[in-house]
Ligand binder design. Structure first.
Ligand code: C5P
Length: 223
């Protein structure tokens, strides 16, 4: 039978937004749809991998034959990412993790006061993909970078700073692609490679990306 590019490999993928609770009924979040991460999970599964999809709250259905771990906060996404990490060969961080969370979660619903201005105190969330990349016996680690300018140079900086193996960079200032849209166009940036994948549907792009990522990963796994 045909050997697929990721046969016998375990792939963890983070997807969707995180929700950072303020009180029992409110949260801070973003408009990430999860489409790119879910499409990558299906493409990795179709390439023969065992896939664990760690997902924030999204409205799309869980892919078949993929282990789906549902989380809300960045901290929960980190915990789920570190669980079983020693068995993970390839980690792809496609989630739009909230950079900050409220310093504390109020036990009861926060009441409206008489003051016009209300201050929220936020604290930085852990960087999930950088934590994974710094782990002992780390998987091959792939991050995403959404930029509005100088896409490649910011991606190269991010690659070095977070100690990643590859970055999928997209220009979110371009209309009709990226965040919450059905299409995307990306540049795959490695330590000594730059490859542009032109605009297409996220499903199609995910298959192309998994092919390229698997090629880089298999090169790395050989050494
Ligand atoms: O630093 P920035 O948010 O631009 O980095 C984006 C990449 O880092 C994405 O792969 C995203 O999933 C990941 N990330 C993460 N944890 C965070 C912030 C970003 O895993 N707290």
């Amino acid at each position: 039978f045909e050997t697929l590019a990721l046969s016998g490999r375990t792939v963890f993928i983070t997807a969707g937004p995180t929700r950072e609770a303020l009180d029992p009924v409110r949260y801070i979040s973003n408009h990430s749809s999860g489409k790119m991460g879910y499409a990558l999970a299906e493409a990795a599964r179709d390439a023969g991998a065992r896939v664990k999809l760690i997902t924030g709250p999204v409205s799309i259905a869980a892919p078949e034959r993929v282990e789906c771990i549902r989380v809300e906060s960045a901290q929960q996404m980190l915990d789920a990412s570190l669980t079983g990490l020693s068995g993970c060969d390839l980690f792809i961080a496609a989630a739009a993790v909230a950079d900050y969370r409220p310093v504390s979660i109020a036990e009861h619903k926060i009441k409206k006061g008489s003051e016009e201005i209300m201050e929220l105190h936020l604290v930085k969330n852990p960087d999930i993909v950088a934590t994974v990349a710094a782990a002992e016996d780390r998987p091959y680690t792939v991050g995403f970078a959404a930029e509005t300018r100088d896409v490649v140079s910011y991606a190269q900086n991010k690659l070095a700073r977070k100690k990643l193996d590859l970055i999928v960079a997209n220009d979110v200032s371009a209309p009709g692609i990226g965040f919450n849209s059905d299409e995307n166009a990306v540049t795959l940036v490695g330590p000594d490679s730059i490859e542009t994948l032109p605009q297409t549907h996220k499903q199609q792009l995910a298959r192309q990306l998994i092919n390229r990522i698997a090629r880089h990963f298999n090169e790395y796994a050989k050494t």
